[in-house]
Ligand binder design. Structure first.
Ligand SMILES: Cc1ncc(COP(=O)(O)O)c(C=O)c1O
Length: 398
């Protein structure tokens, strides 16, 4: 007899491990049976401050006692506070708030299309990337470069031209042949695609090409932004500034907050009536965002992500780097991937059994995106728990 599903009334859209988490503290979580786990997943790059950070909990409780939601019919001063902070940190000019990564990307795509229409381009096109992941709405899955995400959901949205990552000649070819291009849209570091960074030189070339062609450079920092790589935004390593930057995941440290932050070239594109969100920018979410960024600064979490990320990568390299089945260990700060030469989804459950939460993406890449408060001792513990599992896995017959 097949086992009774644990959640029979929940749509079956995820392959879930057979336990439920009940609470956490810092980088540790406990399940309902009392088992403890070290969290190297952070709710998939979301729990910036770890679990139950006292200052964040207090701010959320305080805000919940005052005003959770009020609609965008009114001024929301906390929206201005979070937008101003994001602009200060990014060098951009203004923000729109929503609730998730795909919504931030939808807003970016609407901005790109309207930017084109405002210039007399009736059928605007956006350059997107192989192996990209931008979300699971119809438009964002159409922009996504993964046939598995798209399968069964056609017809896809039109107006995308796909190129390989880090190949500037491919973009120049598109520039020569397609007059309706209005924007280039990519993840600064592909997350779901297997921790694949856009090279710094490539980003600088894209920036120059976008300036030359009057295109928008739109960098999806939903996963790699908000301090994860050791700078506020991953593109800052390349010394460039995008025109449009979708954010989400780490921005509210677990409270759903999405944002699209734009520079001067895109600031006037959306006008009253062009876009909106009932929940987007509500006071509770904004307070979580403001408080997350404040605590990150107070605790020096960018520097911590850089330092602890480097220690974690060194440890992984030392323990696993020379194994024949390990193709590459890559990433920056606390966004790391260990690419194996074979699918390794089974490691998710085995790691959990060993008291470690991780993810596997692009079939064969172990992804580590822990809270940015991870300590060096915890990083060493991640290595100590993970390395034997990977070694044993690679020793099994393929
Ligand atoms: C780069 C990137 N963009 C967009 C998304 C979609 O975000 P959400 O799941 O919040 O819609 C993700 C989610 O993994 C992502 O990694």
């Amino acid at each position: 007899m097949p086992p009774t599903p644990a959640m029979p009334h929940v749509l079956n859209t995820y392959g879930r491990l057979p336990f439920a988490l009940s609470h956490g503290r810092g980088c540790r979580v406990w399940d309902t049976e009392g088992r403890e786990y070290l969290d190297a997943l952070g709710g998939i790059a979301v729990n910036t401050l770890g679990h139950a950070h006292p200052a964040l909990v207090a701010a959320i409780a305080d805000q919940a006692g005052k005003l959770i939601h009020c609609s965008n019919y009114y001024q929301v001063p906390l929206q201005e506070a979070l937008a101003a902070k994001l602009c200060e940190l990014s060098g951009l000019a203004a923000a729109f708030f929503c609730n998730s990564g795909l919504e931030a990307n939808e807003a970016a795509l609407k901005i790109a299309r309207k930017f084109g229409h405002d210039r007399g381009i009736d059928l605007p096109e956006v350059i997107v990337y192989e192996r990209a992941f931008h979300g699971r709405s119809i438009a964002t899955l159409s922009a996504t470069g993964n046939p598995k995400v798209q399968a069964g959901f056609g017809p896809l949205v039109e107006g995308f031209v796909r190129v390989p990552l880090n190949d500037i000649a491919a973009v120049r070819d598109v520039a020569r042949t397609r007059p309706n291009v209005v924007a280039v849209f990519l993840e600064t570091i592909q997350g779901e695609g297997g921790i694949q960074p856009a090279r710094h030189a490539y980003l600088r070339e894209l920036r120059a090409l976008c300036d030359e062609k009057d295109w928008l450079l739109m960098l999806d920092e939903v996963q790699c932004g908000i301090g994860r790589t050791g700078k506020w935004f991953a593109h800052q390593w390349a010394g460039i500034v995008p025109d449009v930057m979708p954010l989400a995941k780490g921005l509210g440290s677990g409270v759903p907050v999405g944002a699209v932050v734009v520079g001067p070239r895109a600031q006037e594109v959306l006008q009253p009536g062009n876009h909106g969100s009932t929940f987007g920018g509500n006071p509770l979410a904004m307070r979580a965002g403001v408080e997350t960024l404040r605590i990150m600064e107070e605790q020096g979490l960018l520097a911590n992500a850089g330092k602890v990320g480097a220690a974690l990568k060194d440890g992984l390299q030392r323990e696993l780097g020379e194994l024949p089945g390990v193709r590459e260990i890559r990433g920056t700060g606390l966004m790391l991937g260990i690419e194996l030469d074979r699918p390794c989804g089974v490691l998710l459950g085995r790691a959990a059994e060993a008291g470690l939460l991780i993810s596997v993406t692009a079939d064969s890449v172990i992804r580590l995106v822990p809270p940015l408060i991870l300590t060096e001792a915890e990083a060493a513990e991640v290595v100590a728990r993970l390395a034997p599992l990977v070694r044993a896995f690679l020793a099994e017959p393929a």
